[in-house]
Design a protein around this ligand. Sequence first.
Ligand code: HEC
Ligand code: HEC
Ligand code: HEC
Ligand code: HEC
Length: 181
Amino acid sequence: MLKVFIRSTVMVLVLLSMTTVSYGKDFKYVGVKKCKTCHSSKKIGAQYKIWAKAKHANALKSLSSPEAMKYAKKHGIADPSKDQKCLNCHSTYATIDHKLLDPKTKMTVDEGVSCESCHGAGSAYKKRSVMKDHKKALANGLNMPDEKTCVQCHNKKNPFYKPFDFKKMVAKISHPVPNKK
Ligand code: HEC
Ligand code: HEC
Ligand code: HEC
Ligand code: HEC
């Protein structure tokens, strides 16, 4: 019994470390402009446009709001929009390891919380032939987000924390592909 447990635990650990390594090596961040090229049309669901109008896309701007500045002053932060303590959840670009930036990317700090914070680094899955095939896309780094993805940021480390209701919050950011079977 114990032997089997130990053996399977070791297996899981080996598998886990393998996936972590290949993840870092193969998949690079391409930035939202890349996703925009295909995900703007109405036919596919205009996910880019829905995102661009909503709060995640504007998360960097909030770090310069009167509310943010008031908090910053009280806590000795000179400029929240340049402080890593705040950028950590308000900007994808500021959070990722820059070794994982695609060499050709035009990604910038002001795209806020963009697609790849939730869907994973897109260099390998962004090809049309891969994107259209759910299994292939997943194998190439696509993440279909669940609650765990969200609570990396929607947690009490956020000074403006509000209790997080996954179902309600997903509905608020909904960006479906129309008529999907
Ligand atoms: C070359 C065009 C193209 C680019 C670039 C592209 N996509 Fe897609 N994407 C598609 C197509 C086509 C589909 C399939 C839509 C459908 O289900 O009919 C798709 C599907 C998806 C899906 C759903 C996948 C599934 O299996 O359910 C996600 C999530 C997604 N794209 C995110 C992204 C993100 C994030 C980026 C940027 C990193 C991106 N896409 C870049 C064309 C593209
Ligand atoms: C990388 C960090 C990060 C991740 C991951 C993340 N969020 Fe957010 N989210 C934020 C930030 C920062 C804001 C505040 C943006 C602003 O207003 O400046 C926000 C705001 C929101 C809002 C708007 C709240 C309102 O009052 O209207 C919704 C809805 C939301 N997130 C849902 C989600 C869901 C659902 C997920 C997971 C699928 C998720 N978020 C994942 C950082 C994140
Ligand atoms: C752990 C992640 C995290 C950190 C760190 C963080 N935030 Fe946020 N912030 C969020 C999330 C998530 C929201 C959205 C909360 C919601 O509406 O549910 C948010 C919302 C806000 C809002 C309100 C935006 C609005 O329109 O309602 C302001 C202002 C803000 N954050 C400023 C800051 C400042 C300043 C810092 C640094 C001192 C900071 N945040 C650090 C995650 C974070
Ligand atoms: C805050 C997290 C978050 C961000 C940012 C985000 N998405 Fe999503 N996305 C989700 C969630 C959650 C789903 C639903 C997953 C599911 O149905 O299992 C989803 C689903 C999708 C789907 C599939 C919809 C369907 O009907 O199958 C596409 C396509 C997609 N996203 C594209 C994008 C693109 C392109 C961007 C950037 C412009 C983006 N997403 C940004 C969380 C996010």
